[in-house]
Design a protein around this ligand. Structure first.
Ligand code: F6R
Length: 611
């Protein structure tokens, strides 16, 4: 939610900021803006525009219009105040001296605004961010850091901030609380950014800010402070992501590129963890005694990551016989969860920054649970706040709709479940070896699925005009349907729902009529016949059925459904990992045929850092 970038150096700042923002547009894209300090001229210029970054870029001619070598930029996902020029960031103080870019929400902004208005300050926007700029200005008496510090003491909520001031044209102040912000160390120049992809072209040396940290950036260096304004040293981490990984590389859309990258991402995720016929989780401290002591496992996540959790519950319960509960990050802390030191909480997050998931993690720790997270973004807040972390190593995921992050989470959680089972003795050697064989062949089988994408494109061309689609399936296929349905609705805007097939008769079947599209998921061998019965039921009521099944059941399904998509046979554990690929491709092609903005679907942002 919202992307921030800041640069201080000797080159013109505006083009660098625009380029950085183009990498962050996935975080929000309803408006964008920059504030540039020109020390020579003594000016602070702010330009902002509603709409995509391109609108801003055109307005300032790719940045050429704005001289100055210090600045901050922002791409917005609106919270307070509709997308508009005036509500875009940077927000500036009344006299134009202080400019602020912000990711997050100031919860007491109304109170602060009334206070400032009572002191005669006038506001022009509906944003909570303008309050920050005005508050800093209110406290400013010549020392920007002190003014920022005083303002922070009055602000409640979550924020990552980039602040520039006309009177202090040779510095940027950065602040972080509950929203991501990193510092980039260059040569004669320094950076701030919401994530590393925005500055990767310029530096790979970054420091992760902690909650409560402040930083003052100059051309020469970065000085960090804790929340009591005591100077602190920050570790500098070298990032080894390739710049290319965050580029489209000839593909029309990031989503398609990331779908195609999945076999490779799985190899990166799995091969270092399967060595000499054994699963190896280096650095994980969970002992057999600890696993035996567990009374319960909680999986906590949001969106697609939550869907991984639903699959994970089936796996973990089957393989360990430990009760597993899956909770939405946004619900967990309000449900009075039964969690104690005999509970393992597994937190799933691609970005590692999802605010609700983060809040759940903190609640779990407060209740005494041990927290293990599965995260893609290295050094992210969730990774750093967990007791232990397993990285998925999927590489940067830019498309808003997740694909390779989902499949790597899914595979890693399945691998963890097998390892737990083996450690506890609830998985025998034969099943263990069969599972390992499945993991080894997964990337190649996924390549086979991807190579058959023309067939899926054909089905998309047949059905892209439908206005409503139902996904049905049982057990793992139900969990798969949740993800297939979300993928479709988020990028194609077709109404879609996923149901456990057995639930259909308890109400939803009344919606099935002539021509309704039902996506029947029948990959689980032991439940296949039941799925066929459900296919027959909905067809009898006029539904058009597109089915997904494995090679061994392809023929039988073809007799019953109107169309069949097929995946290779693989062990049960990995059926959802293969099964999701045709559903991702189906959603992608449908969205393409409907002319949707696939990488940046309306109203969405990739990293949801507000509650
Ligand atoms: C959907 C999607 C979202 C995320 C959700 C959680 O395609 O990407 O549903 O899965 O916002 O995000 P993370 O995994 O970053 O916590």
């Amino acid at each position: 939610m919202c992307g921030i970038v800041g640069f201080i150096g000797n080159e013109q700042a505006a083009p660098i900021l625009l380029e950085g923002l183009s990498r962050l547009e996935y975080r929000g894209y309803d408006s964008a803006g920059v504030a540039i300090c020109d020390g020579g001229a003594g000016t602070l210029s702010v330009r902002k525009a509603k709409g995509r970054l391109q609108v801003l870029s055109d307005l300032i001619h790719g940045g050429a219009d704005l001289p100055g070598t210090v600045g901050v930029g922002h791409t917005r996902w609106a919270t307070h105040g509709a997308p508009s020029d005036v509500n875009s960031h940077p927000q500036v103080s009344e006299n134009g001296r202080v400019a602020v870019v912000h990711n997050g929400i100031i919860e007491n902004y109304a109170e602060l605004r009334s206070f400032l208005e009572s002191k005669g300050v006038s506001f022009v926007s509906q944003t909570d961010t303008e309050v920050i700029a005005q508050l800093i200005e209110y406290f400013y008496t010549g020392d920007l850091l002190s003014a920022v510090d005083q303002a922070l003491h009055r602000m409640e909520g979550a924020y990552a901030l980039g602040i520039v001031c006309a009177d202090a044209p040779d510095q940027i102040i950065a602040v972080r609380k509950d929203n991501p912000l990193i510092l980039g160390w260059g040569k004669g120049c320094n950076f701030i950014a919401s994530d590393v992809t925005a500055i990767l072209k310029h530096t790979r040396d970054v420091s992760y800010m902690n909650d409560g940290d402040l930083a003052v950036l100059t051309r020469e260096g970065i000085q960090c402070y804790d929340h009591l304004l005591r100077p602190i040293e920050k570790e500098v981490v070298h990032v080894d992501w390739e710049v290319d990984a965050a580029e489209k590389g000839g593909y029309e859309h990031f989503m398609f590129k990331e779908i195609m990258e999945q076999p490779e991402a799985l190899r990166r995720c799995l091969s270092p963890r399967i060595k000499d016929g054994e699963i190896v989780f280096e650095g994980l401290s969970l002992t057999p005694d600890y696993l035996r002591s567990l009374r319960r496992i909680f999986i906590v996540a949001c969106g697609s990551s939550y869907h991984v959790g639903v699959v994970g519950k089936y796996h973990l319960e089957k393989l360990t016989r430990i009760p597993v509960e899956v909770a939405l990050g946004s619900e967990f802390r309000y449900m009075d969860p039964i969690v104690d030191d005999k509970t393992l909480v597994i937190v799933l997050s691609q970005s590692g920054e999802t605010l609700d998931t983060m809040a759940a993690l903190r609640e779990a720790k407060r209740l005494g649970a041990h927290v293990l997270s599965i995260v893609n973004v290295v050094g992210s807040s969730i990774a750093r706040d967990s007791d232990e972390v397993l990285y998925t190593w999927a590489g940067p995921e830019i498309a808003v709709a997740t694909t390779k992050a989902y499949t790597t989470q899914l595979a890693l959680l399945a691998l963890l479940a097998v390892w737990f089972g083996k450690t506890l003795g609830t998985v025998d050697e034969a099943d263990y070896q069969a599972a390992l064989a499945g993991f080894r062949e997964l990337p190649e089988k996924m390549e086979q699925v991807l190579s058959c994408r023309d067939g899926i494109q054909y089905f998309a061309s047949k059905y892209f005009n439908h206005s409503s689609i139902f996904f049905i399936g049982r057990n793992l296929d139900y969990a798969l349907g949740l993800e297939g349905s979300l993928k479709l609705k988020e990028i194609s805007y077709i109404h879609s729902e996923a149901y456990a097939s057995g639930e259909l008769k308890h109400g939803t079947i009344s919606l099935i009529e002539e021509g309704t599209l039902v996506m029947a998921l029948g990959t689980c061998d032991r439940l296949f016949q039941k799925t066929v019965s459900n296919v027959v039921e909905v067809k009898a009521r006029g539904a058009d059925v597109l089915a997904l099944t494995t090679e061994r059941h392809q023929e039988e399904m073809a007799h019953n459904a109107n169309g069949v998509m097929t995946i290779p046979d693989i062990c049960d554990l990995l059926l959802p990992s293969l099964g999701v690929v045709p559903l991702q491709l189906f959603a992608y092609y449908v969205a393409l045929m409907r002319g949707c903005d696939i990488d940046k679907p309306r109203n969405l942002a990739k990293s949801v850092t507000v509650e």
